[in-house]
Structure formats: structure tokens, C-alpha cells
Design a protein around this ligand. Structure first.
Ligand code: EPZ
Length: 417
């Protein structure tokens, strides 16, 4: 087990390249199950979650080869439609094999993803949608079992916008008979990236990126080659690091269009932002101002950036209010930030941050992926040394984060415990 140690007080400067997006690569790798030939993906990040989805695909008999950031997935050898608890329990997003397995094998038995630190995270909307497409669904012994000779197109309304729910039903509908309409669908760039890959496989999809997606089922899909889009949450995390440390950082290999809400809030907080195709420069040369933030579905402010902005607000003038509307338990990082001296009061879905606190280094515990990123950020500005334990959370979603921060001048390293 590792811990990450950060010595605070360094200004970040220089260039950092953004990796491929975890939340685009996961559904896209799963979509390979819909074809029976080699799909080749480039810009695939080297992350624990990617290892987990590859392990899951291999457990289904799929042939997967990895060479650096290139992954080739060949589902012509797919032999099982059962995703076992031992693998699924490592990563909730394993549920993304449910739709494509059912569409391709007419059967799927997938372990139910358990609870999660940030919320209950049920999958009722995934199952409701599959049932509307004609699947028989059973929940037994901790597994969801779904059967359908062939799925049939239907109109599906999402009570709540769900990213992986939209992705799972998209992957189920592309091989269904007839037309499916997904209403109140997720509009995240990762959903659009998946729809682009499915279309290149031969699927008929309209409206991806809007709240209403129409899918006309086809009989067969073919293998593709695709490049994974940049990770907007990793990019946002580095943008906050630059503003927080009064630095001057240029992000390359990123997609500024996917970061509208983040860029807007950073500018409001006082950071200088310069955008160009594929790159963003963040100048943290002015005092930070407090903000009010409300997390929303895309294109609103992303919940996956909430914890990072909370750290920024601990160093800003005045009072800030953060309202978390997506997950019911996504303030776990608050108690750890308070250990570093932050002044934060939580009441229900709202956190009030009194800024200008100076933070002081201490040992802290990571609890989930984005919470752990916020602790690294806090360590960059805290006086003295901050030790972050349970960094396996961080490794799930950030590729070589300490090496990238070192490259920008941070004093950060990893130690075995
Ligand atoms: C995706 O999770 C992301 N994960 C999450 O990123 C992200 O936080 C989330 O979307 C919101 O943007 C991946 O893409 C792999 P949801 P997902 O279904 O799809 C409720 C990270 O840090 N809901 O959009 O699981 C749910 O409880 C991770 O990279 C139901 O009630 O999230 C939540 O309150 C963390 N029933 C809300 O909808 C359902 O069937 C949104 O969840 C499905 C969801």
C-alpha cells in the first residue's frame, strides 16, 4: 500500500499533458462486446479502473492486448455472459457490460455493484430501461440476470439524468429491433464519445449530446478504431492546482470545449485563462475570490470537480457556498480538509466555506477518487508536509499524478507504507 507525501508552498509552472478520459474509455471498451472482431483504441489512460474493465472483459473470454496507451479488444472469442462479483466489486462501472452483453448474447448475469462512499447509487433506471426494451429481469443472490431473445425498441424516460444509465441503454438499443428514444438522457461528452464510436461501428444514433437520443436498431456492428477523448476532470484538477498555487500552467492535449463551467468558475474566482485549440493556460496571479457553486449534470458544473473547488475556496476571500445536487454523500472530504485547518460547515447538501484560512500539513485519509485529488491539492498549499493515505483511490482515476505535478515544480512523492 502506498501513501503520497506533499510538501506545500511551491508555485506550479510549466506544461502538463492531459491523459485520455477514464469515463469515456470505460463504456467504449465495454462497447467492444457488441462486435466480433478487433477494436483498436488509442489514448487509453493507464489507470486501475482500466485494468479492472480489461480484467472483466478477459473473464468473459474476450481477447485484450495492451501496448502502452493502445488497447486492442477482440470479442470474437466472447464465451461467457456472467460478470462475477469478485471483479465487479472492484469497480461500479463494471455495470457497463450489462447492456452490450444482453444485446450480443441475449443473456447477461452481472453482479450488482454494491454501495459507494459518495452515495447509494442504485441502478434502477438501467433496469427499468432494459425492461422497457423487453428484457426479463431477475435480481437474485446479489446478481441481476437479464434475458431477451431480441430487444425491441421503446421510448425510455429517465426520471433522473444518469450517465452510465444512458450509456448502458444506448449500447443495448443499437442492436434492438426498431427505434428507441432515450428522453432526459445524459449529455456528458463521454456519452457523445461513446455514441461516436457506436456510429462508427455501424449504429444509427441521432441526438447524442442532447436530452433526447434516437437509436434505430441494426442487425450487426463491425469493429472500429478510435481515439479516447481527453479527461476533462483531470484537466479541471490541474487548472485548480495552477490557480491555487498562484502558478502559470499550460495544459496540452485537452478539450477546452468540455470545460465551460469549470473555466467560467475559475475566471470568476480570479484566475486568468487563455484558451487555444487543444490547450488551456491558467494564470493564478490574482487573489482568489469566493464563489457559489451548484453541481449539475452536463453542461452544468460537474460534481466530479466539487471537492477540488472546495479546496480552492478555502484559500479565497470571503465566504463560499457549495451545493451538491448529484450525490447525497459527497462531502466526506470535508472532515479531512478540516484536519488541515479548513473552516467548513456542512448542512445537508450545502457546505459553507470561510476562506483565507491558511492550511497546515497533516496525515489525512483518502475516501474516494475525487476526494483524494482534493487532498493532494490541499497539500500543495498547506504549510509543511501532508501525507495522504489510501491512494489506491487516486490511482483509479489519475495517471501518474505525482510525476505530472513534479514536472510542474511540486514537491510530492510516493512512499510504500
Ligand atoms: C458517472 O457515474 C461517472 N462515472 C461519475 O464519475 C460521475 O460522478 C457521475 O456520472 C455524475 O456525473 C462514470 O462515468 C464511470 P449517474 P454514474 O448514474 O453514471 C442516481 C468519477 O469520479 N441514479 O449519472 O454512476 C444516482 O444515484 C465518478 O470519475 C439513480 O437513482 O452516475 C445519482 O444520484 C464518480 N438510479 C444520480 O442518479 C440509477 O439507475 C446520477 O448518477 C442511476 C443513477
Amino acid at each position: 500500500m502506498d501513501k503520497i507525501v506533499v510538501e506545500g508552498g511551491r508555485r506550479l509552472e510549466g506544461k502538463v499533458a492531459i491523459s485520455g478520459a477514464k469515463n469515456a474509455a470505460l463504456p467504449i471498451l465495454a462497447s467492444s462486446l457488441l462486435t466480433d472482431g478487433p477494436c483498436r483504441y488509442t489514448n487509453v489512460p493507464d489507470l486501475r479502473d482500466i485494468h479492472s474493465i480489461i480484467e472483466l472483459l478477459q473473464s468473459l473470454g474476450v481477447h485484450v492486448e495492451r501496448d502502452g496507451q493502445t488497447v486492442v479488444v477482440n470479442a470474437s472469442s466472447l464465451s461467457s455472459s456472467e460478470a462475477l462479483y469478485e471483479i465487479v466489486r472492484k469497480m461500479r462501472a463494471s455495470i457497463l457490460v450489462l447492456g452490450p452483453l444482453l444485446a450480443r448474447m441475449q443473456h447477461a448475469r452481472v453482479s450488482l455493484p454494491g454501495g459507494c462512499a459518495i452515495g447509494a447509487r442504485p441502478i434502477n433506471l438501467h433496469l427499468k430501461g432494459l425492461a422497457l426494451l423487453g428484457a426479463e429481469i431477475d435480481l437474485e443472490h446479489g446478481y441481476v440476470e437479464a434475458r431477451a431473445a431480441r430487444l425491441k425498441g421503446a421510448e425510455i424516460y429517465f426520471d433522473t439524468v444518469s450517465v452510465t444509465g444512458t450509456e448502458n441503454l444506448l449500447m443495448a438499443a443499437v442492436l434492438a429491433e426498431g427505434v428507441t428514444i432515450l428522453r432526459n438522457a445524459a449529455r456528458e461528452p463521454e456519452v457523445v464519445a461513446l455514441a461516436d464510436v457506436l456510429r462508427r461501428m455501424g449504429a444509427k444514433i441521432e441526438g447524442a449530446g442532447t436530452a433526447n437520443i434516437t437509436v434505430t436498431g441494426v442487425d450487426r456492428l463491425h469493429p472500429v478504431e478510435a481515439d479516447i477523448i481527453p479527461d476533462r476532470i483531470e484537466a479541471g484538477t490541474f487548472m485548480v492546482a495552477a490557480a491555487l498555487t498562484a502558478g502559470d500552467v499550460t495544459l496540452t492535449d485537452c478539450e477546452p470545449d468540455h470545460l465551460g463551467a469549470v473555466t467560467d468558475k475559475l475566471a470568476q474566482a480570479g484566475a486568468g485563462i487563455e484558451q487555444a485549440p487543444g490547450s488551456i493556460r491558467v494564470l493564478g496571479d490574482r487573489p482568489l475570490a469566493g464563489l457559489d457553486i451548484r453541481t449539475q449534470t452536463y453542461p452544468g458544473f460537474p460534481t466530479d470537480m466539487q471537492a477540488q473547488f472546495m479546496v480552492l475556496m478555502t484559500m479565497a476571500a470571503g465566504q463560499s457556498i457549495i451545493t451538491e445536487t448529484i450525490f447525497e454523500n459527497r462531502f466526506i472530504h470535508v472532515s479531512e480538509l478540516k484536519r488541515l485547518g479548513a473552516d467548513i460547515v456542512v448542512s445537508g447538501e450545502t457546505a459553507v466555506i470561510r476562506g483565507r484560512a491558511s492550511l497546515s500539513g497533516a496525515p489525512v485519509m483518502a475516501t474516494d477518487l475525487r476526494a483524494s485529488a482534493s487532498l493532494v491539492l490541499a497539500g500543495l498549499v498547506a504549510e509543511g508536509v501532508t501525507e495522504i493515505n489510501r491512494v489506491y483511490h487516486l490511482d483509479r482515476g489519475y495517471e501518474r499524478i505525482e510525476a505530472k505535478l513534479q514536472q510542474l515544480g511540486a514537491s510530492i512523492w510516493r512512499e510504500k507504507i
